[in-house]
Design a protein around this ligand. Structure first.
Ligand SMILES: NC(=O)C1=CN([C@@H]2O[C@H](COP(=O)(O)OP(=O)(O)OC[C@H]3O[C@@H](n4cnc5c(N)ncnc54)[C@H](OP(=O)(O)O)[C@@H]3O)[C@@H](O)[C@H]2O)C=CC1
Ligand SMILES: O=C(O)C(=O)[C@@H](O)[C@H](O)C(=O)CO
Length: 277
């Protein structure tokens, strides 16, 4: 099964389906990522704040796959806010992953009440120019945050990674990204399991002989989103990867999109201000 690639705005290619490792303890990460790689995933989404970058790098090394065949994303810790400290943090990610440039590096949260996210963005531009990251982007940025980045810097973020699932469809941010060449990545793509019991999703899944998770992930893929569901259950890791031999019709796509109720499972990016202690 071949996962389609999305070409980012600087020409770098990213597999549209990956594997997320939020809330996987460091001691469990090598096993989970190894399972994902053996199933066929070639894209891992981690972050400095997840505390498991080193173990992601270790799993890639242990797989025997050439490093360039696995796309790894990481994200800047909320605790790193000044230029020099941010550049050191990027170096830390590169070292944790084994020394090669990180494929995609993101500002994890805009933290608009705490700092000027443009300072962080300009530092990421430097890291990119210095060959530390193949592409750079942002996460949890709202339209006004993106507008400011576009107005006051030379690099258009390659991606915006945002909470996005059937209960939070994010039409405005997806449309803004589409207009400006910013790919949309959907975090919590199955809303941490919450949408899987929705009767509308269940009806479609039963009719197609698929699981609710496969239906929701297929909806994500057909919308054009980049997704990386997390699971520590080997059977689910395989299930979430099996999306390429069926398609949702326009009516099913519309039914799932109509479930939107603007409901977050995670924090509001305009007010979120948590930094690691
Ligand atoms: N940029 C950001 O701010 C954020 C980024 N992320 C990224 O997005 C990734 C995915 O988001 P996440 O919040 O983990 O949530 P997900 O929407 O991926 O849901 C994960 C949960 O769903 C369960 N699950 C997975 N597959 C199935 C399945 N097929 N059937 C039933 N249940 C299933 C998992 O359980 P189990 O593990 O027990 O199988 C886990 O409890 C993260 O790992 C991270 O990489 C996430 C949050 C914020
Ligand atoms: O998983 C991530 O990337 C996060 O930022 C999480 O911490 C998420 O925002 C959350 O659940 C915070 O309570």
């Amino acid at each position: 099964m071949t996962v389609p690639a999305i070409t980012l705005n600087n020409g770098v290619e990213i597999p549209q389906l990956g594997f997320g490792v939020f809330q996987i303890a460091p001691e469990d990460t090598v096993a989970a990522v190894s399972t994902a790689l053996s199933v066929g995933y070639r894209h891992i989404d981690t972050a400095q704040m997840y505390g498991n970058e080193r173990e992601v790098g270790e799993a890639v090394r242990q797989s025997g796959l050439p490093r360039h065949e696995v796309f790894v994303t990481s994200k800047l810790s909320n605790g790193r806010q000044e230029r020099d400290d941010i550049l050191r943090a990027v170096d830390g990610t590169v070292a944790a992953l084994g020394g090669d440039p990180v494929d995609l590096f993101l500002i994890h949260w805009p933290l608009p009440t705490l700092r000027d996210y443009l300072v962080a963005w300009h530092a990421l531009e430097e890291a990119h120019a210095g060959g530390k990251a193949r592409a750079i982007g942002v996460s949890n940025f709202q339209v006004p945050h993106l507008e400011r980045v576009l107005a006051e810097s030379r690099t258009v973020p390659a991606v915006n990674q945002i909470e996005l699932h059937p209960y939070l469809v994010q039409a405005e941010l997806r449309e803004f990204g589409h207009r400006h060449g910013i790919a949309t990545e959907a975090w919590s793509p199955i809303a941490r399991g919450k949408v899987l019991d929705d009767p509308a999703v269940g009806t479609i899944a039963d009719r197609l002989g698929r699981t609710p998770a496969q239906v929701v992930l297929r909806w994500q893929v057909q919308l054009g989103n980049i997704v990386f569901p997390k699971s520590q259950t080997p059977s689910r890791i395989a299930e979430n990867f099996s999306l390429w031999d069926f398609e949702l019709g326009a009516d099913d796509m519309a039914t799932i999109t109509a479930l939107d109720r603007g409901e977050r499972t995670g924090p509001d990016p305009d007010t979120f201000d948590r930094v690691p202690s």
